[in-house]
Ligand binder design. Sequence first.
Ligand code: ADP
Ligand SMILES: N[C@@H](CCOP(=O)(O)O)C(=O)O
Length: 313
Amino acid sequence: MSVYTRLTAEDIDRLLGDYAIGELEYFQGISEGITNTNYFVDTTLGRWVLTLFEALEPAELPYYLNLMDHLAGLGVPGAHPVARRDGGFLSHLAGRPAALVYRLRGRSLVTPDPAHCAALGATVAELHRAGESFPDRQANSRGLAWIAATRDELADHLAAGDKTLLDDEIASQQAFDYTPLPRGVIHADLFRDNVLFEDRHVSGLIDFYYACHDHWLFDLAVICNDWCHQPDGRHLPDHWRAIVDAYRRRRPFTPAEVEAWPMMLRAAALRFWVSRLADWHFPQSGHDTHQKDPQPFADLLIAHRNAPPRLLN
Ligand SMILES: Nc1ncnc2c1ncn2[C@@H]1O[C@H](COP(=O)(O)OP(=O)(O)O)[C@@H](O)[C@H]1O
Ligand SMILES: N[C@@H](CCOP(=O)(O)O)C(=O)O
């Protein structure tokens, strides 16, 4: 988990009364994840995942749950919310907003190969295309304004070199003109642990709770940083080529995207460096929580400022 909120069988029984998905057979906290509390829940009628939202407010949740429902309806493999008996997706449990989604088959991969990457590239293009008919628009909650505000909160905790790098990168990002780039629905957190595979097929994308309306290219930069770099920072060109070739067959890049690519890679590294720094210095309290090391993203940011991998070969 992170499991921040502990539940009893009675809590879950009470919740299940609002759904037509059978009786509780088994439940277990999930140790992966950072922000929310998640439980696997098996009932007499199927397998589900229960999320208790630890940071999002109830008013923020319909965007995500409706988006997940929209994408699933258009065939994008992903977490699909379960409707309550009253038709809504949002519940409340243990003082938290909560939702049940269908449990997807498959598992996430630590070391995907280029065939997995090709499957991912195709799925992300489908996600971006399917998002075009989603009517709601939501700004990126982890955009530059959030990064700049978080920088101020972190200032006293940072070494001088990190502070200089952070300030310089924020200024460079603020000065760059991203307006010519196409935008739409993005997932915004497509790390390896948010993509489940069965064999070499994507069985589902999960964790849509940073999804927003922003540059499509940002999703690809997040993916390139996580899927196509070794732990020591070395680029994996075959992995990247597989993702890009599958993606651009379904949505070709614009010249502005090709030009903006080095800055977008930096933007994606910056975003996760800062969020990991914030999780590190201001941890949420919980029973079984984990944090991710910020340093690899500082290193990656420096590498991209010196010699970013190309979008196209
Ligand atoms: N719909 C789902 N089907 C199967 N497993 C899921 C599903 N949603 C979440 N999980 C499991 O729960 C873990 C944590 O979920 P995640 O959404 O990443 O949590 P967090 O929001 O805290 O990051 C995932 O790594 C995965 O193992
Ligand atoms: N993928 C991010 C973590 C985002 O938080 P989560 O709660 O969605 O797991 C990272 O690796 O830093």
